[in-house]
Design a protein around this ligand. Structure first.
Ligand code: DON
Length: 304
């Protein structure tokens, strides 16, 4: 397996040159565009690594899966999906027009920014600090990594430049989709996006989903049913408006982030974490997608 992963990384490295690192959050522009790494966590507990697997990056939108898990644990699926839809969209992850065009006024799904901000607003806690600390504790638990923390520079930068997210959040408050202090909710969202991880950390999150909610130490943290729903939404919405093509060519539930990470869950088989900060124009790791395509073909991983 290790040899196969190394070959896949080397074969796909050149793809990084065809994309660009995210720059709309200036701190992210500092990432190394040529980094490319992978970790695979199989459900029998083996872990395989290749390339720049130990580089750190911010989790960004992959946190949307983590906050969705926690919001479901706190409120149940029925309540969560009464506030947030489960429909894919052909608009970008930060689209505003989607919120207005949609009759029910609720965000289309939890994988786009509006949906994730609404999801975060449902997480239990008296204060923004308590809510975020619950997210951090939960992330540490499901990754088995107690050292995960916020990259403060990225957090402050997101907060300073996040006006589009502010617009989405205030619009949703005006429509009664979210309650409470909007700046507090955004603060939790920005911090969740700024948690710093490695390929191994996100691979472990993938393994939890692949294992239907049970950690590798046999502890159940979320129900099989919630995992089924989350994996389905990852297939239809996890790669944003590129989810259809990704499903056709790779066929694995996955979630990307603008830090360059892609977390994938192959049901009953493995979790996968990939890093490649150079992005395509839809905000997904350009080489990371190619790595997953090669891996899917090599081991026949498509669920379809
Ligand atoms: O809200 C934002 O713009 C970022 N913190 C997260 C967006 C993101 O990762 C979209 N992913 N491709």
């Amino acid at each position: 397996m290790k040899k196969v992963l190394e070959n896949i990384i080397e074969k796909n490295r050149e793809w990084s040159k065809r994309g660009e690192v995210a720059s709309y959050i200036p701190e992210l522009a500092k990432a190394n565009p040529n980094a490319l790494g992978i970790c695979v966590t199989t459900l029998d507990g083996e872990e395989y690594f290749a390339g720049d697997y130990d580089s750190k990056f911010t989790i960004q939108s992959i946190s949307k899966v983590v906050t969705l898990m926690l919001a479901i644990l706190d409120n149940g699926t029925e309540y969560v999906f009464s506030k947030i839809g489960m429909e894919p969209t052909e608009s970008a992850f930060n689209s505003i027009v989607n919120l207005e065009n949609n009759k029910q006024k609720k965000p289309l799904n939890p994988m786009i920014n509006a949906g994730a901000i609404a999801t975060v607003s449902l997480i239990s806690g008296e204060t923004a600090e308590e809510k975020f600390n619950r997210i951090l504790k939960f992330t540490r638990k499901i990754t088995g990594n107690d050292t995960i923390d916020v990259n403060n520079n990225v957090y402050l930068c997101e907060k300073a430049t996040g006006d589009r997210n502010r617009a989405l959040a205030y619009f949703m408050k005006g429509n009664g989709i979210i309650q409470g202090d909007v700046e507090d909710i955004l603060d939790v969202y920005f911090k969740a996006c700024s948690m710093e991880v490695t390929c191994r950390d996100i691979s472990r999150i993938g393994a939890l989903l692949a294992n239907a909610g049970v950690l590798l130490n046999n502890e159940r943290v979320i129900s099989r049913e919630a995992c089924r729903i989350i994996k389905t939404i990852m297939v239809t919405c996890g790669m944003y408006d590129a989810s259809g093509k990704f499903a056709v060519h790779i066929g694995i539930p996955a979630k990307s982030g603008v830090g360059g990470g892609i977390m994938a869950a192959v049901p009953r088989r493995m979790g996968i974490g990939v890093l490649g900060p150079s992005l395509d124009h839809k905000g997904n790791s350009i080489a990371g997608i190619k790595v997953l395509e090669s891996l899917s073909q090599e081991f026949d991983l498509s669920i379809f």
